[in-house]
Design a binder for this molecule. Structure first.
Ligand SMILES: Cc1ncc(COP(=O)(O)O)c(C=O)c1O
Length: 440
């Protein structure tokens, strides 16, 4: 990297980054188009991760760019409290149109973390509005990632994200066990056969606390950030059945899976399991402008909003909820998904993607490959005494050779934009295979 052109790196405190290591060896991106980034030093980098699981329609799409640019010139900002603007309503209608039947009320946020905290608050407000204010307990899952708000880290199950803040986590939270098992499910293609029974743990938690104290269960239908955990066959169905039977709301955190990652608009549609709330962000605006949303079952919304007349029904919202630029980006993005039939494209490519991913079985260090739709996790054996170091080295070497992947612990994750073609799928997994031969 040319030192002359490098900006001063000292002031920026980077998120979820080893700051000192990064600044000693910066990886800067300068521009992006379609399937590629261009690095600061002018190299083409094939985007194997849709940025951070979010640029599903590919980078710098003209339609989104011009929608944002023209909206910025028409009305840069409009308050969303007690005032509105047409694009906000149109964007909500467009989002509702892609949700499972019944989830047709939409609350806008700016990020996945905000969507999660919003959904948890809606769950509490719903029970309170129905005269069950004692339902305050929230159930998450080990290894779950629900962003970084206090609600999200409380129901989340990734210990480094929690331990520093452990004294300030929400008090009434419990966790289901995670579904990862190399012993039973290594090298599974699609949904594993083993593990549906892990949903029965919810019955144990309910027996412990009593259903009358529990507001909601939140899970990622496909857990992404923890390293791609595909739900076992029948698992989500069981969660749905148990929560419905006990009057507990089920929240699917679809910040990664919406839109199209599994070949349907939502994972709910893909698995045929409809929760009561769906959180989203990332792909809803193709990440071109920060945006997020919660889609809510109409009865849940109505229980809160159609209460006694008189004033604000739900004391929650963000200055930038349905920001005009975000609303413009959402409309343009969802229009691209529809016009280009990108979810069907993801579905069609998923067999070739699966084949290519599983070609890494037998590659050095690989102890598992798992996949669904256009997402794959490649788990490496950890280096003795240095967990995560091997995947970190693989990530760096991939970047050096022009390929962007993600890593978490010793798991590499691949989730390209849905515009990826078969050649590029080949390049991604061949690239990883080559790198693994060089990684100690
Ligand atoms: C399932 C899930 N929930 C929430 C979040 C948090 O989203 P954000 O980083 O936009 O706050 C993420 C981010 O990766 C996620 O994967």
């Amino acid at each position: 990297m040319s030192a002359a052109k490098l900006p001063d790196l000292s002031h920026l405190w980077m998120p979820f980054t080893a700051n000192r290591q990064f600044k000693a060896n910066p990886r800067l991106l300068a521009s992006a188009k379609g399937m590629y980034y261009t690095s600061f030093d002018g190299r083409q980098i094939l985007d194997g991760t849709a940025g951070l699981w979010c640029v599903n329609a590919g980078h710098c799409r003209e339609e989104i760019v011009s929608a944002i640019a023209s909206q910025a010139g028409v009305m840069d900002y409009a308050p969303g409290f007690q005032l509105g603007h047409p694009l906000a309503f149109e964007a909500a209608t467009a989002v509702a149109g892609l949700m499972p039947q019944g989830l047709d009320r939409v609350f806008f946020t700016n990020s996945g973390s905000e969507s999660v905290d919003t959904a948890l608050k809606i769950a509490l407000a719903y029970h309170r509005a129905r005269g069950e204010a004692q339902r305050t307990r929230l159930i998450g899952r080990e290894r779950g990632y629900h962003g970084v708000g206090f609600g999200g880290i409380s129901v989340g199950g990734i210990s480094p994200n929690r331990k520093t803040f452990s004294g300030a986590l929400l008090p009434a939270v419990d966790h289901l066990p995670h579904t990862h098992s190399l012993e039973h499910n290594a090298f599974t293609r699609g949904q594993p056969e083993w593990g549906a029974h892990l949903a029965d743990e919810l019955e144990r938690i309910i027996a412990l606390h009593d259903a009358s104290t529990i507001a909601a269960v939140i899970v990622e239908p496909m857990a992404g950030s923890t390293g791609v955990l595909v739900p076992p066959k029948g698992y989500l169905e069981k969660l749905r059945e148990i929560t419905a039977r006990h009057g507990i709301l089920l929240i699917f955190d679809e910040v990664i899976t919406a839109y199209g990652r599994l070949g349907e608009a939502t994972a709910a549609a893909y698995f045929g399991v409809t929760p009561d709330l769906i959180t989203m962000a990332k792909g809803v605006s193709n990440a071109a402008v920060p945006a997020g949303a919660v889609a809510v079952r109409r009865e849940v919304h109505d229980a809160i909003v159609n209460g006694p007349q008189g004033g604000i029904e739900f004391f929650h919202g963000y200055t930038y909820s349905a920001h005009p630029l975000a609303a413009a980006a959402v409309l343009a993005t969802l229009d691209i998904y529809r016009r280009e039939d990108l979810f069907a494209r993801a579905r069609k490519l998923s067999a070739a993607f699966e084949e290519a991913a599983h070609s890494l079985k037998g590659a050095p260090h690989v102890i598992d490959v798992r996949n669904i739709g256009l997402v794959a996790g490649i788990e490496l054996s950890p280096r003795e005494g240095a967990p995560g170091a091997r995947a970190a080295e693989a990530f760096q070497k991939c970047f050096d050779t022009g390929l962007m992947v993600r890593y978490t612990g010793d798991i590499l994750a691949v989730s390209p934009p849905l515009i990826v073609d078969e050649n590029q799928i080949g390049q991604i997994f061949e690239g990883i295979g080559k790198v693994l031969k060089e990684v100690a």
